[in-house]
Design a protein around this ligand. Structure first.
Ligand code: NAI
Ligand code: MG
Length: 503
C-alpha cells in the first residue's frame, strides 16, 4: 500500500501481513466478502492515514451470519459437545491469545492508538484471562433442587429442579476503546454458556477481533459458533439489534445507542444487556495518602486517554488539600509522554478517531466558554493525528457540560468540597450515570460508609481501574443493565428452566 505511514514499518511481520490484505467477514467458519462487495478504510489515528481495508457488512450479511449461528446452535458439534470439551476449547483460545500477544498488541495499538505496551500487558493479557477464567465455569454451572409443597394440591409430592440452558443465538455489539478486550468480555461468557454468537465490532477498530476470529478457527471452535462482522452501527449494528431470530443482544457503547438497542430489541423482545457510559466521581478525602491518591487520580482519568466508560472524570477533593492535589495531578499530566502508540516510549497516544477528537475538543471549548480554567493541557496538538493534551480543569460546577456529560477524553474536572458529609455523597451521585466511583482515604470507616452510599456498580478504595475476570462489572442507573465478568455475567446468556415432576 503506497500510503502506509512510516509507523507501520515498526510493526512485526505478522501484524504487517495481517493488514497487508483486505480483511473479510467470518461467517459460518469461512472468510467471505460482504454481499454488497463494499469495504471501508481502517485508519491509523496517530496519522489519520489509511492502513488497511475491511469488508462492510450490512443487513444481508447479518441475516447470513444469524442463520449460521442458528444452525450451529441447533445442530452440528456445538450443542452435543461435552461441557468439559467446551471448557478446554475456550481455554485453548486463551492460550492462543497469549501465543499471538505481540501481534495482537501491535494491531490494537495501530488501530486504536493506545500505547503498544499497554495493549500487550493490559488489553491482550486481560483478554486471554477472561477465556481462561470462563473456561472453568463451563463445567461448574449447576441448577438448584427446590423442595416445595404445593398449597392447592395437598398430599401430592413433587420434585422440582432448575436447568441452566444457553439462551440461544446472541448478537453482540462492541465499541472501540478496548477492541480486543470488549470482544473477549462478550464472547467468552456467551460461549461458556453454550450460546452461538454474531459479533459486530466497532467500525473504528476492526482489526484485533478479526485476528481473534482466526484464533477461534485455530483453536477448533466449530463453524458458525462465532461469526464476526465489520460494519457500521446504523446499518449492521441496527440490523443485528432488530433481528427477529436473535434471542439476546449484548451491547457496550454510548447510552444514546443503548436506548436505540432497547427499542430495536422490542421487535421480538430479545433479552438485552447494556454496558453504557459513565461520569464517575473520584473522591479524595483530606486524610488520604497523597503519594498514592495523586498518581491514582491522574491514572483514573488519563488511562486509555480517558476513553474509559469508568474514567474518574469528576475529581472531588476535600477543600484543605485541593490545591495540593490539583497541582499534583497536573504535574502527573504534564509528565505524560504523548506520541504514536507504536513507539514503545509513548505513554498516551491519539484519540481513536477524528470524530472523537473533535467531540473532545468541542467539550474543551464549551468548558472554557462556561468559565472553566485549565491548570494544565486544554489544547489539541497541531499536526497529523488526533492528539489532545491531558487536561485538568478547575472553576467547574454542575450544570456545565464538562461536568455533566461523558467527555470520553483525557479531561478531568477538579472540584473542591468542604468536608466528609452527606453533601459530598449527594454531589457524587448527582449524575444520570452509575458505573464506577473512587475513594481515597486512610479512614476505613469513612471508606466503607461512603462505598455503601455511592450509586455505582464498582467502588474502588485507594485504587482505581482494578479489574479481574472474577469481579462483576456494570452500571447502576443509565450506565447499563446486567453485569460483565464474574459468575454474574453468565446470567446474561442463560435461561433458567424449572422442571416440576409429580412423584
Ligand atoms: P456508539 O455507541 O455509537 O458505538 C458503539 C458501538 O455501537 C459500535 O460498534 C457502533 O457501530 C454501534 N452502533 C452505533 N449506532 C448503532 C445503532 N443505531 N444500532 C446498533 N449499533 C450501533 O459510540 P461512539 O459513537 O463510538 O462514541 C460516542 C460516545 O459514546 C463516546 O464519546 C463515549 O462517550 C460513549 N462510548 C462509551 C463506551 C463505553 O465503553 N461505555 C464505548 C464507546 C463510546
Ligand atoms: Mg455513535
Amino acid at each position: 500500500m503506497s500510503a502506509v505511514p512510516k509507523e507501520v514499518f515498526s510493526l512485526g511481520k505478522s501484524a504487517a501481513n495481517f493488514i497487508g490484505m483486505p480483511r473479510q467477514l467470518l461467517i459460518d467458519g469461512k472468510w467471505v466478502n460482504a454481499e454488497s462487495g463494499k469495504t471501508f478504510q481502517v485508519i491509523n489515528p496517530a496519522t489519520g492515514e489509511q492502513v488497511g481495508k475491511v469488508a462492510e457488512a450490512d443487513k444481508a450479511d447479518v441475516d447470513k451470519a444469524v442463520k449460521a449461528a442458528r444452525k450451529a446452535f441447533e445442530s452440528g458439534p456445538w450443542p452435543s459437545m461435552t461441557k468439559s470439551d467446551r471448557g478446554k476449547l475456550l481455554h485453548r483460545v486463551g492460550d492462543l491469545i497469549l501465543k499471538y500477544a505481540d501481534e495482537l498488541a501491535e494491531l490494537e495499538s495501530l488501530d486504536n492508538g493506545k500505547p503498544v505496551l499497554i495493549a500487550r500487558h493490559a488489553d491482550v493479557a486481560l483478554a486471554a484471562d477472561i477465556f481462561h477464567y470462563m473456561s472453568g465455569w463451563a463445567t461448574k454451572r449447576h441448577g438448584l433442587t427446590i423442595p416445595f409443597d404445593c398449597m392447592y394440591t395437598p398430599g401430592v409430592q413433587y420434585h422440582a429442579y432448575t436447568r441452566p440452558e444457553p439462551i440461544g443465538v446472541v448478537g453482540q455489539i462492541i465499541p472501540w476503546n478496548f477492541p480486543l478486550l470488549m470482544a473477549a468480555w462478550k464472547l467468552a461468557p456467551a460461549l461458556t454458556a453454550g450460546c452461538t454468537v454474531v459479533l459486530k465490532v466497532a467500525e473504528e477498530t476492526p482489526l484485533s477481533a478479526l485476528r481473534l476470529g482466526e484464533i477461534f478457527q485455530e483453536a477448533g471452535v466449530p463453524a458458525g459458533v462465532v461469526n464476526i462482522l465489520t460494519g457500521f452501527g446504523e446499518t449492521a449494528g441496527a440490523a443485528l439489534a432488530a433481528h427477529p431470530d436473535v434471542d439476546k443482544i449484548a451491547f457496550t457503547g454510548s447510552t444514546e445507542v443503548g436506548r436505540l438497542i432497547v427499542k430495536a430489541a422490542a421487535t421480538n423482545l430479545k433479552k438485552v444487556s447494556l454496558e453504557l457510559g459513565g461520569k464517575s466521581p473520584n473522591i479524595v478525602l483530606a486524610d488520604a495518602d497523597l503519594d498514592i491518591a495523586i498518581p491514582g487520580a491522574a491514572s483514573a482519568i488519563f488511562f486509555n486517554h480517558g476513553q474509559c466508560c469508568c474514567a474518574g472524570s469528576r475529581l472531588y477533593i476535600e477543600q484543605k488539600i485541593f490545591d495540593r492535589v490539583v497541582e499534583g495531578v497536573s504535574a502527573e499530566a504534564k509528565n505524560i509522554k504523548i506520541g504514536p502508540g507504536l513507539d514503545p516510549s509513548t505513554q498516551m497516544g491519539p484519540l481513536v478517531s477524528e470524530i472523537q477528537f473533535s467531540r473532545v475538543c468541542d467539550y474543551l471549548d464549551s468548558g472554557f466558554k462556561e468559565g472553566a480554567k485549565a491548570i494544565t493541557g486544554g489544547k489539541k496538538l497541531e499536526g497529523k493525528g488526533y492528539f489532545v493534551e491531558p487536561t485538568v480543569l478547575v472553576n467547574t460546577k454542575p450544570g456545565m457540560k464538562v461536568v455533566d456529560e461523558e467527555i470520553f477524553g483525557p479531561v478531568v474536572t477538579a472540584m473542591p468540597f468542604k468536608q466528609f458529609d452527606d453533601e459530598i455523597v449527594r454531589q457524587a451521585n448527582n449524575t444520570i450515570y452509575g458505573l464506577a466511583a473512587g475513594i481515597w482515604t486512610r479512614d476505613v470507616s469513612k471508606a466503607h460508609a461512603l462505598a455503601a452510599k455511592l450509586q455505582a456498580g464498582t467502588v474502588w478504595v485507594n485504587c482505581y481501574n482494578i479489574f479481574d475476570a472474577s469481579l462483576p462489572f456494570g452500571g447502576y442507573k443509565q450506565s447499563g443493565w446486567g453485569r460483565e465478568m464474574g459468575e454474574a455475567v453468565l446470567d446474561n446468556y442463560t435461561e433458567s428452566k424449572v422442571v416440576t415432576v409429580r412423584i
